[in-house]
Design a protein around this ligand. Sequence first.
Ligand code: NAD
Length: 288
Amino acid sequence: MTARILDGKALAAQVEREVAAQAAALTARYGVSPGLAAVLVGDDPASVLYVRRKAEAFGRTGMRSETFHLPASTAEAELLQLIATLNARPDIHGILPQQPMPEQINPRTVFERVDPAKDVDGLGPMNMAALLVGRPRLVPCTPAGIMRLLEHAGIEVGGKDAVVIGRSLIVGRPIALLLLQANATVTMCHTRTRELAAHTRRADILVVAAGKARLITREMVKPGAVIVDVGVNRADGRLAGDVDFAAVAEVAGWITPVPGGVGPMTIAMLLRNTVQAAEAQLRSGKTV
Ligand code: NAD
């Protein structure tokens, strides 16, 4: 193997220590610890697991988290009412509506209702707009985690050819904007892209967020490239990314493992966003 590993697990542990120190300082100063409300509608097993992992991480860093687990039959109006209640609670600094949501609920409507100051997932219109105009506030967690991984490894982004596969609001679009802001030349690929390999082979930095196991093979990768694998798939009973890891690691310069790459960084950035949101709210005196 030639590739060096972008170790998200180790870096996430470092971020957790930083966040724990910040949370302790806020608690000492304002008498209230940063608090998250995670909202889960239905019983999607992956979501149940993610929310539990997030709650554990909040506990480890001395922050509070409350999980609101609603039945899959919950009406959109009822969920919006809960969001309004959480927006008004001074002891809740971050609100995390977990996706996917049942079909009677439009997730965009939900994200539009979250107070932008508490939108720790960065998916509401205000935080998305801030990212678009180049003045990021609360940045979506997965893309923020990817940028932190690149920065920590000392990977230069400016002037590089970056290719992003996937155009979702949660990963593809915001990571393309962040890479652009860091002066990469960015290409976005998606299901309607012709000749995907022609694009990926040019990539100095390849971010793959398609949700398709083994989408990226060794032949599709430029030697020495930085490979960021966001995908989480179940393949042959095991967790796998979108990249054929063993083969691609033979040619790449850097690569994220799955698990242990982007996933832990996503949770770490949720912690960071929540402490950042809490600090802003506590400083402005909006809360207790
Ligand atoms: P999504 O389904 O909303 O979007 C997938 C995108 O990939 C789409 O824009 C689609 O056009 C593109 N795509 C799919 N197949 C393709 C193909 N064959 N060629 C080119 N483009 C293709 O998914 P998402 O929410 O963006 O998540 C993507 C993956 O990342 C999933 O596996 C998800 O589980 C994972 N994910 C991981 C984390 C993490 O923290 N590790 C966070 C979010 C998402």
